[in-house]
Design a protein around this ligand. Structure first.
Ligand code: SAH
Length: 247
């Protein structure tokens, strides 16, 4: 189970934090680290020293340009956030997240990403809206933001606790393959194109439409097969859309 949990750090600016994250992960038995557009050199004397023996995770970290690349194959993406945002999103508490993991990771090809933001500005709204749920570590509301490696430590600990307590998943119900992040993103792009083509959505006046449809869809946890049906409907809808002047 722990092998299928990826820690994703976006735009990290201090190598020491990357080392601290590697240490926290290795302490808890996690090994899959992805760095999205880091704003520092990941492997430095500082990061290696803060990793204190877990620097193989820093050396082995996958460095990518976008969040999409980091989580394309994940079936559940959870964003860690110190603050609440304008459009409320499904929230899950750290312990409840851990408790959900054994079942969540039981199916074939299931993979979970925990996404952490920049030291200075956290995650953007666009990044948070690419997550199925948000996790907030309950802290002093007057001083809510943890150090990045400390935040990873808390959630990695919850993953480990859940793994230690793991009960064998019930076998009767064969789990259907859930859609991956990449499949969901293709669906959202297709949906937006279609809604524009039929004149339902005006990108100049977005009114949070796509964010609300994202929240709704992600809450439903669609299976791959269900998403294929929706995409089939979109393709047929596109064929019926009136030709555009600029086409
Ligand atoms: N100053 C930033 C917080 C940066 S802390 C802000 O106001 O958003 C760096 C990252 O650690 C955050 O993006 C988040 O992923 C994680 N983090 C820090 N405190 C957290 C908390 N209380 N709950 C969940 N994640 C937290």
């Amino acid at each position: 189970m722990l092998d299928r949990i990826r820690i994703v750090l976006i735009g990290t600016s201090h190598p020491g934090n990357i080392g601290g994250v590697a240490r926290a992960m290795h302490n808890m038995g996690l090994a899959d680290l992805a760095l999205v557009a880091p704003r520092c050199e990941p492997v430095t004397a500082d990061s290696v020293s803060r990793a204190s023996g877990a620097d193989h995770l820093v050396h082995g970290a996958r460095v990518v340009e976008t969040l999409e690349q980091a989580v394309a194959d994940c079936t559940l993406v959870v964003g860690a956030s110190a603050r609440s945002r304008t459009l409320p999103w499904p929230m899950i508490a750290p312990r409840a997240l851990g408790a959900r993991l054994p079942q969540e990771l039981a199916g074939d090809g299931a993979r979970v990403a925990l996404v952490f933001g920049r030291e200075d500005s956290g995650l953007t709204n666009a990044e948070l809206q690419r997550c199925h749920a948000h996790v907030h570590i309950p802290t002093n509301p007057d001083f809510s933001s943890l150090n990045l490696a400390a935040a990873v430590q808390v959630l990695a600990y919850e993953c480990r606790l859940a793994w230690l307590e793991e009960e064998p998943a019930p076998t009767e119900e064969p789990a259907q393959a859930l859609a991956t992040h990449e499949e969901l993103e293709h669906y959202f792009a297709h949906l937006e194109r279609t809604l524009i083509a039929i004149g339902f959505h005006d990108p100049a006046m977005p009114r949070q439409l796509m964010a609300r449809l994202r929240r709704f869809t992600l809450r439903a946890r669609p299976e791959r097969m269900e998403l294929n049906i929706l995409r089939g409907i979109l393709s047929d809808t596109e064929k019926l859309a009136p030709p555009r002047d600029d086409a």
